[in-house]
Ligand binder design. Sequence first.
Ligand code: 3HC
Length: 691
Amino acid sequence: MSFVSVERHGDVAVIVVDSPPVNALSQGVREGLVKHIELAESDDECKAVVIICAGRTFIAGADIKEFGKPPLEPYLPDVVARIEACEKPVVAAIHGTALGGGYEVALGSHYRIAAESAAIGLPEVHLGILPGASGTQRLPRLIGAGPALEIMLSGKPVKASAALKIGAIDRVSADDELKTNAIAFAEECIDTGPRRIRDMDAPAPDPDLFQATREKIAAKTRGLMSPERIIRCVELASTVDFDEGLAGERELFLECMASPQSAGLRHAFFAERQVSKVPGLGKETETRELQKLAVIGAGTMGAGIAYSCLAAGFEVTLLDNHAEGLARGEQTVKELYVGGVKRGKISESDMQNGLGRFQISQSYDDIANVDIVIEAVFESMAVKKEVFTALDGVLKPGAILATNTSTLSIDEIASCTSRPQDVIGLHFFSPAHIMRLLEIVRGSRTADDVIATSLKLAKRLGKIGVVVGNCFGFVGNRMLYSYGRESQLLLLEGAAPEAVDKALFNWGMAMGPNAVGDLAGLDVGFKVRQERTDLPDDPRFYRVADMLAEQGRFGQKTGKGTYLYEEGSRKPTADPEVAVMIRDEAIRLGVQQRDIDSQEIIERCVYGLIVEGARILEEGIASRSSDIDVVWMNGYGFPRYRGGPMHYADSIGLAKVYESVCALEKRFGSMYWEPPALLKTLAESGGRFAD
Ligand code: 3HC
């Protein structure tokens, strides 16, 4: 099958790439581009060339599916070089997004025109690599080292109008006239001839820029290897000649490509796209119409959910029984809007428009007509049941009844309604308007169209919806219990809270577990544990957190939790009092304290996650190991470059993981460390969770 064809328009050859869905540069596309450039060059009738794409976008980059496999000729850098070497002027006509290798093809072209709605970008950094088809050498020559670094290090797409301003493209065209304008542009260029970026002046060496850039990105790119290599490539662009720079880029690109980081980030890319394909839920599944929405409970979570839904264009009613709480919730929504305007994230008119669709109420009668309700009240089964009974009494038939519970049984909540098929869990993460994850919890009787509608809702809210099964804590919080259990036991056994946090932070977690506990509030988990009837028979289980909560040390909100906080500060400082409390409690419980190194901290916490993840897979609570990874990367600050806990386990090798879990079982007993059967089977057969 041919992915590249040619049309003739007068003396311009229009090379059309047509390789759905996103015209990625597979071997066939690369071969087709070279073939048609060569044909155009040898055709005396042809005076100029346009490269354009069919379908929804210009070339979206190298074909990521080919990564990790033996490379096939022609290689992309050679394709780009061949386009640039063409003796006839070549114009790239961009619509949709020209990303990565796609924009590098445009940089190999001699001129660039883009549709008004198009964008260009070099997002390779998100895949743990760097622009490896000459982008690091060509872009700094075209627009300067500073702006080129900005584009490559952020990985963010740049809209056509902004790209024109910085010279990253030459012209902007009305969307529906792109092809006509590109052909006209090519005609104009016949006299001027090719303009090759490789012949342009290199940017002047600027050590200050590179040093300042390193400092600027240090915190954001912690632990990542490709940003530093991108900077080195741009340093090369300004200090050595073009070909030497290209050779340097190649070497650093291959180093990144072979790294576990890139494998982890590529896994994350595909896992996040896989997640919307729910086994058993066909494309033909109908969805319900959603426009009017109500949120019950005006606390921080409820207000955050209401704001997210307003921002996505819904009509939203925020309902709370308590007038005071409702007023606070209303205020929170307004403040989120004002904050968004202040930071330039939204316009004044978006705010007015959003607030125009926002109502508050204390009466269930006011929400009888909504299409979906999201309940976000206090995490107690009794309270939830009260709310769902009331909702069942007033809502119109076909409305979706969603609960934002983070742990409780969806089936039990559904049991107090006459319509369990309409009940679903929509577990948002705090802060709800920022966190990308939405756990969609299917009860045993939840209807397929309710699940499909929830996935669509997640997309509309700009979130990643992951469908999971019903059990205590679902996927995310159930695994969090294992991770937290180990981090808590480590404290009793003698590790300082700051040592536990530092080890896991340095390993790549967004925050350490003790700092997270203080941020979320130690009272929250304490109350949940008090409601649970299935806790392990172990006096050490979450003992430190419970002890702190019992003393009113709830974390940041009370100025002290595991750590101390100065008035108005979120910076944790170690509290010697807590160290004494933990030591005394360890003595009381007969736990021997000892020195614990960071390797043990990481192993116990991360293996705790993996073991629970394996059980979750075994039980079918998650349908794919990659779904678990998506939950942990997007909801719990698991380092993306490690690909999520299950991918991380696969990358170590399950035989090795199994061996380590057996060793932990031997040392700490079977209560927590009995290896799941799935782990054992896969370890013995050389399999992976991903299989
Ligand atoms: N290679 C292979 N498949 C790709 C791909 C790529 N570069 N980009 C997207 N796809 C696939 C997706 O996996 C998905 O497949 P599926 O339908 O089987 O799940 C399909 O295309 C559609 O993708 P999205 O669901 O993401 O579609 P959207 O319309 O939401 O987004 C997009 C389109 C903006 C192009 C987005 O897909 C994207 O950002 N793609 C990645 C772009 C990228 O990272 N390019 C750089 C690649 S690395 C590179 O070029 C190296 C070079 O410098 C040498």
